[in-house]
Design a protein around this ligand. Structure first.
Ligand SMILES: NC(=O)C1=CN([C@@H]2O[C@H](COP(=O)(O)OP(=O)(O)OC[C@H]3O[C@@H](n4cnc5c(N)ncnc54)[C@H](O)[C@@H]3O)[C@@H](O)[C@H]2O)C=CC1
Ligand SMILES: O=C(CO)[C@H](O)[C@H](O)COP(=O)(O)O
Length: 307
């Protein structure tokens, strides 16, 4: 098949590389000329604009259908900007895959607005899965999913690494919830290792993680990444800061849970902890400190220099 890949950052380069390795032809474009050049070095045909990419793509997609295009740009405005550039070149037998972390409602809107068949594709595995392949959760028209199966086979771990979740939006919906689960698991491992670190035995965290990863009920890829982190940073995580960035996909998950009236306290708590990691001197804690004086005349701890 011939595939256009737009967005060649950490994830898009892997989409291009794995497609090339499976014998597909790739036409590649990124706003960054350097990223496009890297894809070209790896065997893709470089394009210098979205229009140029469409001109270079075989209209038959190599499978007798229309163009086949994979977007791997940052979620949000970049997706809309790319679609606006693509729109004059698209018609009903073309397929556009959005493999980024787009909000599922945005994907439903885009699917309605574009002339092409639009597949929202949640992608899990991250750059660390370049060699093994990704897990792909796809939403959108069944015929478009079927048309893309050869590329999904290549980009995913294999035929079992992708499936059609349902209608438009379902792919990004499943990926959103996946990320909520990811937050909760990260939090659970974090709390367990914190207790072990602060607790009563002098333990080596890499040893604990490695032992757990070999046969324990809680073994997992995230736990293997914990083991790797302790190996590379040290048992006390060295100078790694207690600041966790990101948060958009977890926020969407919690909002959706509220709308559906489904309790997700653990996912919410993990999200809240992430927000909390960015706050120094939380106001609520300062007020609680002062209120204990108010009702109990307990001593007020003061910030240094503000006695
Ligand atoms: N990094 C990760 O672990 C994962 C990322 N994702 C999602 O995949 C998408 C891409 O992520 P990354 O590759 O990590 O981001 P990245 O920042 O490494 O790469 C994005 C690329 O898109 C290019 N770009 C931006 N706007 C563009 C436009 N209008 N036209 C053409 N190229 C444009 C940038 O120049 C950059 O090379 C995001 O939606 C992200 O949330 C999904 C799963 C895992
Ligand atoms: O999707 C992912 C992993 O599955 C990406 O790593 C994503 O960037 C994480 O987003 P955030 O932590 O900001 O919600």
């Amino acid at each position: 098949m011939e595939l256009g890949v737009i967005g060649l950052g950490r994830m898009g380069q892997i989409v291009a590389d794995r497609s090339l390795s499976a014998g597909h032809d790739v036409v590649a474009f990124d706003l960054s000329a350097e990223a496009t050049a890297t894809a070209a070095e790896n065997g893709a045909e470089p394009a210098d604009s979205v229009a140029d990419l469409c001109d270079r793509l075989d209209d038959g997609g190599g499978d007798g259908g229309g163009k086949r295009i994979w977007l791997m740009v940052p979620a949000g405005d970049a997706v809309d900007a790319t679609l606006a550039d693509l729109e004059p070149h698209l018609d009903g037998d073309d397929v556009v895959v959005d493999g980024g972390n787009s909000q599922f409602r945005e994907s439903v809107r885009r699917a309605e607005e574009t002339d092409a068949a639009y597949l929202d594709c949640g992608t899990s595995g991250g750059p660390a899965s370049a060699e093994a392949g990704f897990s792909l959760m796809v939403g959108g028209p069944a015929w478009a999913y079927e048309a893309m199966v050869p590329v999904f086979d290549a980009v995913a771990t294999g035929p079992d690494g992708h499936d059609r979740m349902g209608e438009s939006g379902a792919g990004h919906y499943v990926k959103m919830v996946h990320n909520g689960v990811e937050y909760a698991l990260m939090q659970a491992y974090g709390e367990g290792f914190e207790l072990l670190t602060e607790g009563r035995y002098d333990l080596d965290m890499e040893t604990v993680a490695r032992t757990w990863n070999n046969g324990a009920v809680i073994r997992s890829w995230l736990l293997e990444l914990c083991e790797e982190a302790f190996r590379e940073e040290g048992s006390d995580l060295g100078d790694v800061a207690d600041h966790v960035a990101g948060g958009s996909t977890g926020t969407w998950t919690v909002r959706e849970a509220l709308e559906q009236e489904v309790p997700v306290p653990i996912i919410y708590q993990a999200l809240a902890e992430r927000f909390d990691s960015r706050n120094e001197g939380r106001f609520s804690r300062r007020l609680a400190n002062r209120l204990r004086y108010g009702f109990g005349r307990h001593e007020v701890a003061r910030r240094s220099g503000e006695e």
